[in-house]
Design a protein around this ligand. Structure first.
Ligand code: GAL
Length: 682
């Protein structure tokens, strides 16, 4: 179990990955002096240092790390110490080539990059745990160490390995899951295409095949692959827990970019949830993607504060065109994470490398040195975070939940489906972004989360859903909640078997509709609804079965057929959206749902101005991030912690700036802005 709130420092942590091994020791003193100047108080050390720490099997050399930790400690800088297992040294593959991962077509992935190991390799496991033991024994009591960092971004590059070792491990995992072959055959639907297995040895990972591989085999392989990465986390954690007293974490990659680790299931294996987030520079709404990732990280953390383990001060090096951050963007990005529950803001990395694949990645200290815009902004951020110390430990207000399940993501994007245009990110982000534009904060949570505290629950594309989770949503609505389910939800059970009797299977009764056939649209094809909105990608032949029709198609393949419905269930209302509405219509629908559910933003703000409230007991803080190029004016009373200025009713936030107001009177939990509309009571 995570130890709630036991990992934080005195304030909001500030720091970076620090790789002193890349620099002559004379540079370290300057590093510490600059860290102090910037207000850095936590650095992650040793992440990629296995090859230096263990130059040959069983021979360890810790001299440089001893000295680096001592220098940091003398400078008052805390250390998040890595187990150093993120990337094996060249000797491992040289001596044990069977530890190298293989792709689905059998290609061996050679060392030379990083994370080059088969996640199921017993040799890797043994050698990595020997290293963890040795590092933990040596530094368990080092006064600089406040936290342990298992591996690094587990599964980032090597999540799917198809080698013989992985195949054997996959069979073991399947035996564990199904017990006997008949159950596996049933679950995988192997009567189809002559796939029935009569011996466990016949089963393989979904290696490159002619035409579509069995979908449940694919789904189970995705589950297995996430579990194998998780097993490394658990194994390292276990070794650490026998030796160290500091909290243990690892950096997750929550966002819509990395799909293959089911972090909801990993959360109980860390003492604090830590996340890495990088902007997708081609996304004009990248700051909304950031907010989504932060809200989802908080959801994975069960609402507790979390640690931003990595983001970038400016450009990265791994996108096709690595756009630099404009002045002020670093601050807005960092403080948005804090607004949404981060109690620490760390970066990759402290000093920009001279050599290696990441030499063009930004850092806190750029190649040009500290006389730079980046280092100036870093120092400003350090001062900001110091001023926000009192916020540490507080929680974020949210009255809306968005349901998110990695298994639903994996399932919905399997091949041979009605339309390739139905992706998990699409409606997830469309609904999230509509909430963002409405100024409303959402928790992004697993469908098994207790929903009773939320006024509104949004359910985008929950293609795969378990019976218990579908039932929990029904209970939530019947108890007075408002929910919106979007198309291609509730379609299959956990084995990817269709729920028969009409779509959307698991949610048919809750929504009071029955769809007999999907009518996906061609690329570029649009339909018009009778309320004037347009939609694309998806339509379906839907019959109301208790639900009231809110809007129907006017044209397209299904004129007159309902596209949007609402259904009274017990004391609540369940909406179904059977098509992909344009942005304006999505905003209007979300606005209507917010009104009906009695949700309003913390304060009214101009478009493009993000407002989030954190609270603790009898205190509350209003974070205001102005993404526009005009001054924003809002209602607020209290003190802006970033400027020290009081605001007596009106807060002015200059273009591109951020304010954090300690509210004079802690805001009460938001109350319904309006009475539920008469329609809602109908
Ligand atoms: C992360 C990784 C870091 C560094 C960074 C660059 O994925 O954990 O080690 O590679 O990306 O953006």
């Amino acid at each position: 179990m995570r130890q709630h709130g036991s990992w934080q420092g005195d304030g909001i942590y500030f720091g970076a990955d620090y790789n002193p091994e890349q620099w002559p020791e004379q540079v370290w003193a300057e590093d510490v002096a600059l860290m102090r100047q910037a207000g850095v108080d936590l650095v992650s050390v040793g992440i990629f240092s296995w090859a230096l720490l263990e130059p040959s099997p069983g021979r360890y050399e810790f001299g440089w790390l001893d000295r680096a930790l001592d220098v940091l400690h003398a400078g008052g800088i805390h250390v998040d110490l890595a187990t150093a297992t993120a990337s094996p040294p060249p000797w491992l593959a040289h001596r044990h080539p069977e530890t190298l991962p293989r792709t689905a077509d059998g290609t061996v992935l050679w060392p030379g990059g990083r994370q080059g190991y088969c996640p199921s390799s017993p040799i890797f496991r043994e050698r990595s745990l020997a290293l963890v033991e040795t590092v933990a024994d040596r530094y368990a009591d080092h006064p600089a160490v406040v936290m342990w960092h298992v591996s690094n971004e587990l599964g980032c590059h090597n999540v799917h390995c198809y080698c013989d070792v992985s195949a054997e491990a996959f069979r073991g995992w399947l035996r564990e899951r199904y017990g006997d072959l008949d159950r596996l055959n049933d679950a995988w639907g192997t009567t189809f295409w002559s796939q029935r297995y009569h011996d466990w040895a016949e089963i393989n990972p979904p290696r490159a095949a002619l035409t579509f591989a069995n979908p449940t085999q694919q789904l189970d392989f995705l589950r297995f692959s996430s579990d194998e990465q998780r097993a490394q986390l658990r194994a390292e954690r276990e070794v650490l827990k026998r030796r160290v007293r500091q909290p243990v974490t690892t950096n997750f990659m929550i966002g819509m970019g990395i799909k293959h680790m089911d972090y909801h299931s990993w959360a109980s294996d860390v003492d604090l949830v830590a996340n890495d987030h990088y902007l997708t520079v081609t996304d004009p709404n990248a700051h909304l993607g950031l907010a989504f990732a932060a809200d989802h990280t908080r959801g994975v953390a069960g609402g507790d504060p979390w640690l931003l383990m990595e983001h970038s001060t400016s450009a990265v090096n791994w996108q096709p065109r690595n756009v630099a951050k404009i002045p002020g963007q670093l601050r807005r990005n960092s403080l948005t994470h804090v607004a949404r529950g981060a109690d620490g803001v760390l970066f990759f990395q402290w000093r920009a490398s001279r050599a290696g694949a990441e030499k063009f990645h930004s850092a806190l200290v750029p190649h040009a040195g500290p006389e730079t815009k980046v280092f100036d902004e870093v120092c400003r951020l350090g001062a900001d975070l110091k001023a926000l110390a009192e916020v540490r430990g507080s929680r974020v207000d949210a009255e809306v939940a968005i349901l998110f399940d990695w298994e639903a993501w994996w399932g919905v994007e399997l091949d041979s489906h009605p339309s390739v245009d139905v992706t998990y990110a699409d409606r997830m982000r469309a609904l999230y972004d509509a909430l963002w534009r409405a100024g409303v904060t959402a928790d992004v949570v697993h469908p098994s989360t207790d929903l009773s505290g939320y006024r509104l629950v949004l359910v985008p594309t929950l293609y795969l859903v378990r019976d218990a989770d579908a039932e929990a949503l029904r209970r939530y609505v019947a108890g007075g909640g408002t929910a919106l389910v979007t198309y291609f939800s509730g379609i299959v059970d956990e084995h990817d078997h269709i729920r028969l009797g009409g779509y959307p299977g698991a949610f048919r009764e809750l929504l009071g509709v029955r769809t007999e056939e999907f009518f996906p649209l061609l690329a570029g094809e649009q339909v018009t609804l009778d309320d004037g909105s347009t939609a694309d990608v998806w339509t379906e032949w839907l019959h109301p079965a208790g639900a009231q029709v809110v809007a129907s198609y006017q044209d397209g393949p299904l004129p007159g057929v309902p596209a949007l419905t609402r259904h009274r269930v017990g004391d609540g209302t369940a909406w179904y959206l059977a098509t992909r509405l344009d942005e304006a219509a999505t905003d209007a629908l979300v606005g209507r749902l917010l009104t009906e559910a009695g949700v309003r933003p913390p304060v009214a703000a101009p478009p493009g101005v993000e407002v989030v409230r954190r609270r603790a007991d009898d205190r509350s803080w209003l974070f205001v991030v102005n993404h526009t190029d005009a001054e924003a004016t809002l209602d607020a009373t209290g003190t802006d912690l970033l400027t020290g200025q009081p605001c007596g009713g009106t807060l002015r936030v200059p273009a591109g700036e951020v304010a954090v107001v300690r509210e004079e009177q802690a805001a009460t939990q938001a109350v319904p802005a309006v009475e539920p509309s008469p329609a809602a009571a109908a």
